[in-house]
Write a protein that binds this ligand. Sequence first.
Ligand SMILES: Nc1nc2c(ncn2[C@@H]2O[C@H](COP(=O)(O)OP(=O)(O)OP(=O)(O)O)[C@@H](O)[C@H]2O)c(=O)[nH]1
Ligand SMILES: [Mg+2]
Length: 317
Amino acid sequence: MRDGSPPAGAGEYRALSRLISRIENHPGAAASIIADLWSRTGRARRVGLTGAPGVGKSTLADQLITAARDGGLTVAVIAVDPSSPFSGGAILGDRVRMVRHSGDPGVYIRSMAARAHLGGLAAATRDVAYVLEAFAFDLILVETVGVGQSELEIMRLADTVVVVTAPGFGDAVQTLKAGILEIADVLVVNKADRPGAKETVMQLREMRRLVPHHDAWDVPVVETTASTGAGVADVWEAIRRHGEHLRTSGELEARRGRRAEREVLALVEAALASRVRATVHDRGEPAELLARAKRHEADPHSTAKAILERLIPPEGR
Ligand SMILES: Nc1nc2c(ncn2[C@@H]2O[C@H](COP(=O)(O)OP(=O)(O)OP(=O)(O)O)[C@@H](O)[C@H]2O)c(=O)[nH]1
Ligand SMILES: [Mg+2]
């Protein structure tokens, strides 16, 4: 299955889509789904694509799909739109941009919108990525608009993060502010056919010197015109080289370890938070303490400390 042959027939794709829908729509469904297919995960290459709306992420994704298919790899794309509560314009755009691959059985494209998930979009994306790994895709591309915290979370699911920018889409400093530059493994200046591309490349090279990569990797800055395909081979090569760097430096294992740790802690924290909420709103001492705080009879800090001590005895912490 790792030789570029389609990972699934149409029937298996239907099963795959059903599993993903269950994860999106039923909180709690993911736990058993992921446990069941866990032994088949862990072999895919995960690449994230992020950047401001309209910089050309989907157009580039479309070109990368072609590059991957030419290299004999199967590809799954998750297009995540954290901004839209409904399947809105951006996701439609993503679909349209990659439509030429829709007849290829070695390519699977799935959109996820904010409304999809009750337990958080980042959590859903994380679980969907595992499902796609289990269905033996060689490459998983995750596209998301790079603006907020949840997008950073989503990008941390990737082994290699490609940050896409374009001339006229805000300067490099804005990119830095969003905290995105720190997680970039490959920087792409798309729309190189537009004026200002060279300046953007120079700005990014300068930023890259000021914000060194955390893991002794010289972040390449690549110019592309995704709409024609110019420069895409260089992006593909940069992704390949970064993959090699990850493997030889031990950073791949380190990244995956950190990812596993974050996932476990996030799940524990979420479960704990919902238990705490259920308990303090129920009855007994924690509920009484909360009621006192609501009546302005106790301050929030002492109340929180007291509730915590009732819920988790000090020696258990
Ligand atoms: N001139 C020029 N236009 C491009 C290039 N790449 C993409 N575009 C156009 O830019 C527009 C946005 O492209 P998308 O690929 O949808 O951008 P995106 O970043 O995925 O957008 P969102 O998913 O909405 O955030 C489309 O009209 C593309 O045809 C390029 O290299 N040059
Ligand atoms: Mg897009």
